[in-house]
Design a protein around this ligand. Structure first.
Ligand code: TMP
Length: 208
């Protein structure tokens, strides 16, 4: 059986990941692909418990290094018990965030050493990387305004504007370094145009 493909969506808060992930899932299903949607941090019972700790306010004093290790702990469980088995079954896995988010938030946002992140990445993932990453990019002020109209802010959403500027530029640097894998979509445009860009990224990929 042909192994599945691993697709990730990334972007700052308010970039429109959820709605565009549903859209991508529908598009792949309509192309007769078996699809599994999942997210990080989360995706497994352990990962979802870690998500609660990471996003909630019970531990507002969590250190940056502890945060980094918890992200990778959730990821190790997620890969082993959910993502890799699905790919082996030939499913197309769409994951709401993955390791690029760690480079962007813990590396860019929290200023942690990129070499330490890379070491954890190879410990947890070996050579495994997403086959395609869609980066929904938009100005920070626009993203935060959209996100602010939703529920109460989580532990990351409470960060200041500058933090998200660092996150956004770290994401854009990743895309610049790896244009084959990372497709940047202008998420500031009206939804229909955003989805057209996503369709064309996915169609090229489906044809490969
Ligand atoms: P979201 O999935 O609802 O966007 O929330 C997840 C939050 O966790 C978001 O603020 C980004 C953050 N995050 C990291 O800081 N590092 C990571 O590696 C991942 C996967 C998420």
């Amino acid at each position: 059986m042909k192994p599945g493909r691993f697709i990730t969506f990334e972007g700052i808060e308010g970039a429109g990941k959820s709605c565009n992930i549903s859209h991508a899932g529908m598009l792949l299903k309509n192309s007769a692909k078996p699809v599994m949607l999942t997210r990080e941090p989360g995706g497994t019972p352990l990962g979802e418990s870690l998500r609660e700790l990471l996003l909630g306010h019970k531990h507002d004093d969590i250190s940056s290094t502890a945060e980094l290790l918890l992200m990778f702990a959730a990821r190790a469980q997620h890969l082993q018990s959910k993502i890799l088995p699905a790919l082996e079954r030939g499913e197309w896995v769409i994951c709401d965030r993955f390791t690029d988010a760690t480079y962007a938030y813990q590396g860019g946002g929290r200023n942690l050493d990129t070499a330490a992140i890379a070491a954890l990445e190879s410990l947890v993932q070996g050579e495994r990387r997403p086959d395609l990453t869609i980066l929904l990019d938009l100005p920070v002020s626009m993203g935060l305004e959209r996100a602010g109209n939703r529920s109460a802010p989580d532990r990351f959403e409470r960060e200041k504007h500058d933090f998200f500027e660092r996150v956004r530029s770290a994401y854009l640097q990743i895309a610049e370094r790896d244009p084959q894998r990372v497709k940047v979509v202008d998420a500031s445009l009206p939804l229909e145009q955003v989805q057209q860009q996503i369709n064309s990224a996915l169609f090229t990929f489906l044809d490969q």
